[in-house]
Design a protein around this ligand. Structure first.
Ligand code: ADP
Ligand code: MG
Length: 505
């Protein structure tokens, strides 16, 4: 090769090299920009989900104010503050065998409870748990209740045959039905509306107990419904049965709700209300709590608009197990749409509710060095191809932000109740006279898969409680998990209100 050709070749190599470098640098710049964009989305989310202690205190105050408004007049607040007609809680004197049915979320449970006649003396209890087939959640009331009645019948028959105690009559049932109900007596009530993805139109405005009683009759099961409660009331009943310092109960499961023990005089909307013991359990239906202090993001707005009950259950949609995974999915989808860090956006990632909260929890709590669980769930559930470890970390951060916000809002809710009843170290809102400000031991019964199984949720909630209340006061507040409380508690309420109950005194 002549000298000239050698020079040309050298120039050509240099040009190619420069071109490759430009492409590589270009790619790197683009990658960095893309990365900046996904990071920006997470940063923005974090900012919008901010729940500093000042905001949490405002929320607790707002909840206490709404509680008073809801007690003052019907429709006075988004908080329904429903009267449950439960005016006595099980004190330990209850004795005998009672049944319960717990319906109101992902699973339903049939239970038999044997009470021994002393506080904390549940001699035995058996539970059978079944998932509710999805199609029944939007079918007809007859189909839903026939299914439930058939399952209860087979449970009862198996149990009684096993125990050699087959009865023809005299069975009594506490029915836990965890949707907003206008109670017409302790054992009956009218469904106000559905929540948590249920939508059976023919049931709204009808008596829930009557529908179940008819289904039981159709199935040939002799059983009388003695109590109709929701899960929080059942949980409160079991909490109180074990520990009379229990003042309230909170549910963190598929949905969220709370109830507490109220003094009769404080229920202004029902002047002259007759209760045997001067108290009534009030079902707050706190899932519908709303305040401008709630940190709302564009994802929350979208989730609400796409839901079957827009503008309703605002608090629940930020807190409960049904929604946390879905909020996370929406954020991850935006990250994938606004950058190509995830490759082509997989169709699974666009499927609503495909990322369930237990999966989100598994990503959040992944302790492996390479975040292999995050990788597995991204690929198996969302069909996202293997992504850079840095991106897995960001996905984990998204789960953290959403769950932390949920848990801290939940804690503010609990403090709101304590404020209302004067158990957070100050004078109760709405009370005129001076009050005993010494802090008494205060127990809040808690139930629900989100609280029990999602460690990070639980820890963030406890941390926020301590932040809001301060260490000295938080020390007196005990959150007590009551396993299967909503079901066992319904049997206890049935026993406490049963006319045929055998009481030990
Ligand atoms: P419900 O009676 O309302 O169906 P449960 O108390 O059984 O609710 O709780 C079930 C809900 O709890 C699930 O829908 C899910 O959202 C949440 N959950 C259950 N297990 C976990 C988990 N390991 N991590 C996070 N959330 C969970
Ligand atoms: Mg439940």
């Amino acid at each position: 090769m002549g000298r000239k050709w050698r020079e040309v070749a050298a120039i050509a190599v240099a040009v190619t090299f420069a071109a490759v470098s430009v492409v590589t640098v270009g790619k790197r710049v683009r990658k960095r920009r893309e990365w900046g964009r996904v990071e920006g989305i997470v940063r923005e989310l974090e900012k919008e989900c901010e729940t500093d202690v000042g905001r949490l205190r405002q929320l607790a105050d707002a909840l206490a104010v709404e509680m008073n408004a809801g007690l003052a007049s019907e429709g006075g607040s988004k908080l329904k503050m429903l009267l449950t007609d439960v005016d006595r809680l099980p004190d330990g004197s209850e004795k005998g065998i009672y049944y319960a049915l717990d319906l109101g979320g992902t699973n339903f449970r049939a239970l038999q409870v044997h009470l021994g006649g002393q506080r904390s003396s549940i001699l035995s209890h058996d539970v059978e748990r079944q998932p509710i087939p999805r199609h029944l959640m939007t079918s007809t009331s007859e189909e839903l209740f026939d299914f439930v009645a058939a399952a209860l019948k087979s449970f009862v028959e198996n149990k009684e045959t096993c125990d050699g105690d087959v009865r023809d009559s005299g069975r009594e049932l506490g029915f836990t039905f965890s949707f907003p109900v206008n109670q017409t007596s302790v054992s009956s009530g009218i469904l106000i509306r559905w929540t948590k993805g249920f939508a059976i139109e023919d049931m709204v405005g009808k008596d829930v107990s009557e529908s179940l009683q008819l289904a039981l009759r159709r199935k040939g099961l002799d059983m009388r419904i003695v109590a109709l409660v929701n899960d929080s009331v059942g949980t409160l009943a079991l909490g109180y049965y074990h520990d009379p310092d229990t003042v309230a109960a909170v549910i963190f499961g598929t949905g969220t709700n709370a109830c507490y023990i109220e003094r009769r005089e404080a229920i202004i909307k029902c002047q002259g209300l007759n209760t045997s013991f001067g108290i009534m359990v009030v079902n707050m239906e706190w899932g519908s709590f709303w305040s401008s202090h709630l940190p709302r993001t564009s994802y929350d707005i979208e989730l609400d608009l796409d839901s079957p009950n827009p503008t309703e259950q605002g608090f629940e949609k930020m807190i409960s197990g049904m929604y946390l995974g879905e909020i996370a999915r929406k954020v991850i989808l935006r990250m994938a749409q606004e950058s190509d860090s995830f490759g082509v956006v997989p169709s699974k990632l666009s499927t609503p509710f495909i990322l369930r909260t237990p999966m989100m929890a598994a990503m959040h709590e992944d302790e492996s060095q390479s975040l292999s669980e995050v990788d597995r769930i991204l690929s198996e559930i969302l069909e996202v191809p293997e992504v850079h470890p840095r991106l897995r970390k960001l996905v984990m951060k998204v789960c953290d932000i959403i769950t932390r916000r949920a848990a801290r809002l939940a804690a503010a809710g609990i403090v709101g109740i304590l404020k209302k009843i004067g158990r957070e170290g100050e004078r109760p809102l709405g009370s005129r006279s001076g009050h005993d400000t010494t802090m008494r031991r205060t127990v809040v019964a808690v139930e629900g898969g989100l609280y029990v199984s999602y460690t990070m949720f639980r820890e963030y909630l406890h941390e926020a409680l301590e932040e809001i209340l301060g260490e000295d006061i938080a020390r007196h507040v005990v959150l007590q998990v009551t396993e299967d409380g909503s079901g066992i508690g319904a049997a206890l309420v049935a026993a406490a209100h049963s006319s045929t109950a055998v009481h030990t005194r």
